[in-house]
Design a protein around this ligand. Structure first.
Ligand SMILES: NC(=O)c1ccc[n+]([C@@H]2O[C@H](COP(=O)([O-])OP(=O)(O)OC[C@H]3O[C@@H](n4cnc5c(N)ncnc54)[C@H](OP(=O)(O)O)[C@@H]3O)[C@@H](O)[C@H]2O)c1
Length: 236
């Protein structure tokens, strides 16, 4: 088993959007980053130090993906310090119109897959004494904004619940779990949903700054949820 002297972070859905921004940010801060992608491709920025970038073919709907990824990391680096469970999907349908297959897919990718990934990394996260799980929830996991976002909201409420459940399960072992709950972030996902200009949305790079900060906070500064919005709403 190899042992990395740098801290190791796993980031799912690291090929684009928020995941790509977080991966770049942590890499630039000196982390070894393991990038989970359906079609693994080395990002341009990895050229600065390719030894600190690991690629894994991650398909969230594969029930073995988490354990396979964790085993690969254990063999190559021997440690996991942070998991950024970011891969997610949006199906813009009401809970009345959505069919069983699409609802199951939403729950599979947005809830089951991050749960399996966290469980697979659990032992290594605990061994670090200050393991971190950053779970991409959403403001849609805090309030139901519209009928059309209803099915997605159900999955994201569950994702926020999952982050709380992980925080309870890992607290004594020094694992801190946070539900990251943004509104519109300028990525393909949000751009497909709204006409609003991308410059009026939260930028993925700013969310990456938030996530790095949360990861770096000491065990005694546990943050259960972090809400970020680009617009004024009643409570967020
Ligand atoms: N953008 C927003 O406004 C917003 C707001 C709140 C929360 N979020 C959450 O933030 C996270 C990232 O969103 P984003 O805006 O960056 O979305 P995005 O641009 O649509 O990217 C989604 C990422 O998830 C990956 N992914 C989707 N299904 C997957 C699967 N079955 N297996 C493996 N990877 C899969 C995608 O991979 P491929 O490239 O292979 O499809 C991609 O890397 C999601 O959990 C999302 O729900 C986003």
């Amino acid at each position: 088993m190899g042992l990395s002297s740098q801290r190791v972070a796993l980031i799912s859905g690291a090929n684009r959007g928020i995941g790509a921004a977080v991966a770049k940010r942590l890499f630039e801060a000196g982390w070894t980053v393991s990038l989970g992608m359906r079609r693994p491709t080395l990002p341009d920025w990895a050229a600065a130090d390719p030894a600190r970038v690991h690629l894994f073919a991650y398909e969230a709907t594969d029930p073995e993906a988490g354990t396979d990824w964790a085993a690969d990391i254990a063999a190559q680096f021997g440690r996991v310090d942070a998991l950024v469970a970011n891969a997610g999907i949006m199906v813009p349908q009401t809970v009345v119109d959505i069919d069983d297959d699409d609802m199951a897919r939403l729950l599979e990718v947005n809830v089951q897959a991050p749960r399996r990934l966290a469980a697979a990394c659990w032992e290594a996260l605990a061994a670090s004494g200050r393991g971190r799980v950053m779970l991409l929830g959403s403001l849609s996991g805090k309030r139901v904004k519209s009928a059309r976002s209803g099915a997605y909201s159900v999955s994201k409420f569950a994702a926020v619940g999952l982050a709380h459940a992980l925080r309870h399960a890992g607290f004594d072992a020094g694992i801190r779990a946070t539900a990251i709950c943004p509104g519109f972030v300028a990525t393909d996902m949000a751009m497909a949903l709204t006409e609003r200009d991308s410059t009026a949305m939260t930028q993925p790079q700013d969310l990456a700054r938030v996530i790095e900060m949360l990861i770096e906070l000491p065990n005694e500064a546990s943050v259960a949820e972090f809400c970020v919005n680009c617009q004024l709403e009643e409570s967020f």
